[in-house]
Design a protein around this ligand. Structure first.
Ligand code: NAP
Length: 474
């Protein structure tokens, strides 16, 4: 099946305007995809409204079983999904397999959560009334996803929305719409009714999404992407006072104390930095290493980074694929040039290879000054920027000195100290002696300008539900 049209009400709809999706490893056109207009958004909203009425009325167990089936089907098709992710996003096969597995897991987790939307019944302390609290589906949800995880950022929203009883319209990123479209036949086979999930790729994201946010049937806007676009959507959501869920940018610090197991710290830092070749909101952006171990840490991290093989992600021996597009690659190169101009030392990498594809090599910078742009902005690429510290309080202050608050990482051989530091970090998530925090069973999300709300865990489904309280006498 050629899934390159709009997916509305369980059918594929063609459009006059289309746009190209590029393979970042070859710069060749991979597919021409339909671009949604306002009339398509209206059709999708009509379909979602009609489908949701029946879906919300189904028992939680019935919804759960459809989600469970989606997990089974996707788990049986990880290879083709991973291949498509690699083709449109560029990431290496191992990263793509990791994403496909992670993406599928949201269906299993929310199949389990669908039957656990707990409520409460209790005595009012003074009035003698009963307090009954229950959760109900919030209404239609508009989901907007980024290009760095074409499958997982979608399933992390679709699965809880469906578990809660909501209908959805998804606007995938223009760089990578194919994976989300390819998921639709699978959801059909799992038993998702026509109209409940609709996919609208579009070159006119702003206009299309703004139109939907002003439709009175929409009650939730769930966005993953940059903080700038998140702010715009929050303003749009204000007019109808929509329930917002915002997963925005990060600037993750990694703090490495001098009592670490060096090998574990290198492994953890590599994972935090290089998962998804650094194109992750959770990617290690500032690496603070205690000055006592900084030379050895830098040497070993550079050796590990230099050993990674760069190339077309479809080659299974490749560790690091291309960045998603030329502007992302050029921005990474600018961060490196800026840091070096301001005094950082290039330990390895830093040279764009000749030929086709948006490749940038794994790179390590040491002695990165506080004034370097990469200390303040997301690098979003395979560049490890090392700074040193000597004082615990000072490094915590520096780690917190950002408008972002998504994730931080702490490596220490002293668990008590590690936990104390974690508690002082102003971040929604902290990895303690771990370079990976993402887990469908845990609440993912940030503080400050990294976002609002949580995805995954028990909290994820509540983002798509309203709490109703009934005060009852009997
Ligand atoms: P982006 O430019 O904000 O785009 C994200 C999505 O928003 C795309 O689908 C895009 O559509 C759409 N969009 C753009 N402008 C819009 C507008 N005015 N109104 C409505 N939708 C609009 O982000 P990105 O470059 O794809 O992704 C990278 C960013 O995402 C990074 O900052 C990263 O940290 C963040 N991120 C955060 C998380 C998290 O969980 N916190 C996870 C992954 C990524 P088009 O593609 O058509 O422009």
């Amino acid at each position: 099946m050629d899934c390159t049209d709009l997916y509305i009400n369980g059918t594929w709809r063609k459009t006059q305007e289309r746009f190209d999706v590029i393979n970042p490893a070859t710069e060749e056109v991979l597919a021409s995809v339909a671009s949604a207009e306002i009339s398509d958004a209206d059709a999708a909203l009509d379909a979602a409204e009609a489908a949701m009425a029946d879906w919300a009325a189904r028992t939680p167990r019935a919804r759960s079983e459809v989600l469970r089936k989606a997990w089974e089907l996707m788990t049986a098709q990880l290879e083709p999904f991973a291949r498509l992710i690699t083709l449109e996003n560029g990431k290496a096969r191992s990263d793509a397999m990791g994403e496909a597995t992670y993406a599928a897991e949201f269906f299993r987790w929310f199949a389990e959560e669908a039957v656990r939307a707990d409520g409460l019944i209790t005595h009012a302390p003074s009035s003698g009334a009963r307090i009954i609290v229950q959760h109900k589906p919030a209404g239609l949800a508009v989901l907007i996803t980024p290009w760095n995880y074409p499958a997982a950022m979608g399933t992390r929203k679709i699965a809880p929305a469906l578990a809660a009883g909501c209908g959805v319209i998804i606007k995938p990123a223009s760089e990578t719409p194919l994976t989300m479209l390819a998921l639709m036949p699978l959801l059909e086979e799992a038993g998702v009714p026509p109209g409940l999930v609709n996919v609208l790729p579009s070159r006119r994201a702003g206009r299309l999404v703004d139109h939907m946010l002003h439709d009175p049937r929409v009650r939730v806007v769930s966005f993953t992407g940059s903080t700038g676009v998140g702010r715009t959507l929050l303003k749009g959501a204000a007019d109808q006072v929509l329930k917002p869920a915002m997963e925005l940018g990060g600037n993750a610090p990694v703090i490495v104390f001098d009592d670490v197991d060096m090998e574990e710290a290198i492994k953890g830092t590599m994972l935090a930095k290089m998962r998804n070749l650094g194109e992750a909101c959770t990617a290690a952006n500032r690496i603070y290493v205690h000055e006592g171990i900084a030379p050895e840490f830098t040497r070993r991290l550079s050796a590990a980074m230099s050993a990674l093989k760069l190339g077309d992600g479809t080659d299974p021996s490749v560790d690091v694929g291309p960045l998603v597009n030329a502007s992302t690659r050029d921005k990474v190169a600018e961060f490196v040039a800026d840091a070096i101009a301001k005094g950082a030392k290039l330990e390895c990498g830093g040279i764009i290879p000749e030929g086709k594809g948006y490749f940038y090599p794994p790179t390590v910078l040491s002695n990165v000054p506080e004034t370097a742009d990469c200390v303040h902005d997301e690098i979003f690429g395979p560049v490890a920027a090392i700074q040193t510290f000597s004082d615990q309080h000072d490094v915590i202050r520096r780690a917190n000195d950002t408008e972002y608050g998504l994730v931080a990482y702490v490596f220490s051989g002293d668990f008590k100290r590690g936990l104390q530091v974690c508690e002082q970090l102003e971040y929604g998530m902290v990895g303690l002696n771990r370079g990976l925090v993402s887990d469908p069973a845990a609440p993912f999300g940030g503080t400050k300008q990294s976002g609002l709300g949580r995805e995954g865990g028990h909290e994820g489904m509540l983002e798509f539900m309203e709490t109703q309280y009934i005060s009852a006498s009997w």
